[in-house]
Design a protein around this ligand. Structure first.
Ligand code: FAD
Length: 503
């Protein structure tokens, strides 16, 4: 183990991952005496240019950076997001929402959904969606901030995220990172030099011959993994069998009408289409399996299903589901697409960057590179990817769709073991089993399992303690409180104007 202190941190790449890392590390480690941070990016290579939908954890990252939310929303032309609307996933013509925040209220000692299940058994036909403020308000184009100071209101347990312009977000973070002392170097890295003894990366060399030396290298170079894979040979765990989508077309279009505070995912014959409304446009894309549809057919399908006129040519993207076997090798730590990729069905990639930064900071190699730190980083990263993978596979597995070879493949695929156990337990008795500190909550698992037709055979016996008439009355009351609260929320467009957005 080398005992030298970490002085020079070099971030390779200036996409969303690179600038998030620069801002996050500068905010936390930049205060360490003698530490300098350099970010290298190549305008000629550019960035992946997509990645616009997020999950609520991003608000923690913004808080860490001391970002003023209204300024952030204006600068990145962001909209608020209360969840994801899934259309045609269960069967064609069906829709449900995976909301942020909770369903219902705490009732009689057991999770709300057991009471709802009992209500269904007693003949109450109201869907679970009717108990979520995020769903009812979101589908009506409304948004409000959570009000933890109003514990009796459904607003108390609302949660939200953002949908933003990826390019503007990177620029916004760049301004902050540079303000905190990060030095940006423009140029294409053509060579990577390694230390003959340790095998660590010693420096990167740009096309013009400039050499940038460092102690710790953060690889944010995108899918290719310039340092982590091409130099350090980390290896890649390929999950194509479970997640067969391997390509996407992305195209922005004009926006018409209100902006819903929801990302929409519509299942298509060989994958799914995203729709992300921003202040000034809609981001769209078709994520598909190249084994089941040609690129031309996929592009044509996407262009035929836009809500407005396209404002750019469709952009093709190729990827493989999976992650680096080791995200930290020697003195190289990979974040973002350099570390792995899981399709954006649940908007998790930007979160993975954020959690990678947090993990790197928690395990920051203050003196040398103790392999224990890298081993822990890699184990936790692997577990996080695997948890998200299982949640994504759930969407493909729990479906009635049998209208194309793609859906036949997904529906009949044996699920990964962790998912198989979760599905079996939920179907048997409505219990949601989460291991360790998984990213996705009970609400998330519940919304997708119920939304996609996995109905438990039994509810928890504690839900039987309320007299039937009282239970049905209470359920009806919760629904009306949710509906009234949603109606009182401002329309998202009005809310954005109130904070100075120019719509
Ligand atoms: P990139 O944007 O590719 O950046 C790589 C950087 O490395 C660039 O600055 C490039 O110039 C630099 N670079 C590379 N090689 C060199 C070199 N030789 N010399 C110098 N510089 C170099 N995430 C979400 O959270 N939500 C979403 O809705 C979402 N949707 C997505 C949809 C699709 C189809 C895809 C493919 C991804 C999506 N993502 C989403 C993921 C998200 O886009 C990425 O996680 C995020 O943009 C981070 O990308 P990155 O910075 O790792 O890579």
């Amino acid at each position: 183990m080398s005992e030298a202190a970490i002085r020079e941190i070099v971030i390779v790449g200036g996409g969303t991952a690179g600038w998030m890392a620069a801002a996050g590390i500068a905010r936390l480690a930049g205060a360490l005496p003698g530490v300098s941070i350099t970010l290298v990016e190549s305008d000629a290579i550019g960035t992946v240019g997509v990645g616009e939908a997020t999950i609520p954890q991003i608000t923690l990252f913004n808080t860490l950076l001391g970002i003023d939310e209204a300024e952030f929303v204006r600068a990145t032309r962001a909209t608020y997001k209360l969840g994801i609307e899934f259309v045609d996933w269960t069967r064609i013509g069906h829709r449900y929402v995976h909301p942020f925040g909770l369903y219902g209220i705490d009732m009689a000692g057991v999770e709300f959904h057991h009471h709802w299940l009992r209500g269904v058994a007693l003949g109450d036909a109201a869907p679970l969606d009717a108990y979520s403020l995020a769903v009812v308000g979101g589908l009506d184009g409304r948004f409000a901030h959570p009000r933890p100071d109003q514990p009796n209101s459904p607003l108390a347990k609302l949660a939200y995220a953002f949908q933003f312009d990826a390019g503007l977000y990177a620029g916004f973070l760049r301004t902050r990172a540079e303000g905190w002392g990060v030095v940006r170097r423009e140029g294409r890295i053509t060579q990577v030099h390694r230390d003959g003894g340790s095998g660590h990366v010693a420096s990167v060399e740009l096309a013009d011959g400039t050499v940038i030396a460092g102690d710790l290298f953060v690889d944010c170079s995108g899918f290719r993994g310039l340092l982590i894979e091409e130099t350090m040979g980390a290896g890649f765990e390929d999950w194509t069998d479970w997640l067969p989508c391997d390509r996407a077309w992305a195209v922005p279009c004009e926006l018409g009408g209100d902006r819903q505070p929801l990302t929409r995912s519509t299942a298509r014959p060989a994958g799914w289409q995203w729709r992300i409304p921003l202040q000034h446009r809609i981001g769209n894309g078709y994520v598909y399996s190249s084994a089941h549809v040609s690129d031309d057919e996929a592009a044509a399908l996407l262009l035929a299903h836009l809500d407005g006129r396209p404002i750019a040519d469709p952009k093709p993207l190729r990827f493989t589901a999976g992650h680096r076997r080791r995200a930290w090798v020697g003195n190289v730590v990979a974040l973002g697409l350099a570390g792995g990729f899981l399709e954006p069905l649940e908007s998790t990639s930007i979160h993975l960057v954020q959690s990678g930064i947090a993990r790197l900071m928690a395990l920051f190699p203050d003196r040398g590179f103790d392999p224990l730190l890298a081993d822990r980083f890699n184990a936790e990263t692997e577990r996080e990817y695997r948890d998200i993978r299982d949640f994504l596979v759930l969407h493909y597995k729990a479906t009635e769709r049998d209208d194309s070879p793609f859906w036949d493949y997904c529906r009949t695929l044996p699920p990964p073991p962790g998912l198989a156990e979760k599905l079996a337990m939920f179907a048997a008795n409505g219990r949601i089993h989460r291991e360790h500190n998984e990213l996705f909550t009970e609400t998330s698992w519940l919304s997708v399992m119920i939304g996609q037709g996995v109905m438990p055979r039994r509810h928890h016996p504690i839900a039987d303690t309320l007299p039937p008439a009282e239970l049905l009355h209470r359920l009806g009351h919760i629904r009306s409180v949710v509906a009234d609260t949603a109606r009182a929320m401002p329309r998202q467009d009005d809310y954005l104007r109130q904070i100075g957005c120019d719509l």
